[in-house]
Design a protein around this ligand. Structure first.
Ligand SMILES: NC(=O)c1ccc[n+]([C@@H]2O[C@H](COP(=O)([O-])OP(=O)(O)OC[C@H]3O[C@@H](n4cnc5c(N)ncnc54)[C@H](OP(=O)(O)O)[C@@H]3O)[C@@H](O)[C@H]2O)c1
Length: 288
């Protein structure tokens, strides 16, 4: 019987959907956040906010009290070693299972923090499930939204490489499945959407759904870096994005798997559904 699940990164792109999916299953989700007073209403209604900070170990014990499962996210600004230490602490205080949000291919790429964190989670005294996700569709709603809204462009330096985009809402539902049902202990799942698309295909879907021309100008890496810089993005962030899009450019982000369909019991959401569901946020009258 599940007591409570602590969701780290609960206000983030995936965590908010984990909290919602647990509430749909009548499981007590606890939203681990740095400032419980600042949690958006919709998230607080679905999961009780509790103070939690990877960089403040004094918050870990109270956040883990009476918790038997943890959804574990490494926020991009947090050092991976703190995330590994937290997974080990969770095992020591009796948490039964941890679902860790990782990235596709982390098992082979020794250079990325996810590789080391996965190893520490697997070695901790918990049942673990590694959710190795492909590129989130929601990145188009976040980093790339201004290009789509203000310039009618999908401005991504991925050349003609394909990407097996996954919807963060599906990852949230899958996390709730693996944390509340049996049969997922000590396993890794590769989570992708139903198809691998070129960014030209993505632009066509946007144009079709929004009813206005949207192009994919295939920007070079320097052109992308210049635009991000003009928008005030830090160099470290730009370097990370260029690394991610180089992987896509080389055709290494195109693998489509069946794990998502099996865990959801339906096809994962496709790009058209994502754009239709968020169409209002891509219209120019809604620029913040
Ligand atoms: N984007 C992709 O396409 C993609 C694909 C595969 C894997 N991933 C992985 O997904 C992870 C990010 O997930 P996401 O996009 O859902 O996260 P996110 O939207 O970046 O949100 C991260 C959350 O972490 C919280 N946070 C920040 N600093 C914290 C701290 N010191 N202690 C505790 N919480 C802190 C913040 O919430 P509060 O301010 O409320 O505390 C924030 O809402 C990364 O590890 C990334 O590598 C991303």
């Amino acid at each position: 019987m599940t007591e409570a699940i602590l969701v780290t990164g609960a206000t983030g792109t995936v965590g908010r959907h984990v909290v919602a999916a647990l509430a749909d299953r009548d499981v007590a989700g606890r939203a681990g956040v740095r400032d419980p007073e600042a949690v958006p209403r919709q998230i607080a209604d679905a999961g009780e906010p509790v103070e939690f900070d990877f960089t403040k170990p004094e918050t870990w014990g109270p956040a883990l009290a009476d918790v038997d499962g943890v959804f574990l996210v490494r926020p991009p600004i947090v050092d991976g070693s703190a995330v590994g230490s937290f997974a080990e602490a969770a095992g020591r205080v009796g948490v039964d299972r941890v679902a860790y949000l990782s990235t596709l291919g982390a098992e082979r790429n020794v250079l990325i923090p996810h590789h080391r964190i996965e190893k520490r989670v697997a070695a901790a005294d918990v049942d673990y499930t590694l959710l190795r996700a492909s590129f989130f569709m929601q990145n188009l709603l976040e980093v790339h939204r201004p290009d789509i809204v203000e310039r009618d462009e999908v401005f991504v330096p991925a050349g003609s490489g394909r990407t097996s985009f996954v919807d963060a809402r599906d990852i949230g539902e899958i996390a709730a499945v693996v944390l509340t049902e049996s049969g997922h202990a000590n396993r890794a799942y590769d989570l992708t959407g139903p198809a691998a698309l070129e960014y030209g295909d993505v632009a066509e879907i946007f144009a079709d759904v929004l009813g206005r021309p949207i192009t994919y100008p295939e920007p070079s890496l320097p052109a992308f870096a210049r635009r991000m810089r003009r928008r005030g993005k830090p160099w470290a962030f730009i370097a990370l994005m260029c690394g991610i899009y180089t992987v896509a450019r080389l055709g290494l982000a195109a693998r489509v798997t069946e794990d998502g369909r099996r865990l959801l019991g339906r096809q994962p959401r496709d790009m058209r559904t994502f754009v239709e569901d968020h169409a209002d946020q891509f219209r120019s009258e809604n620029v913040a």
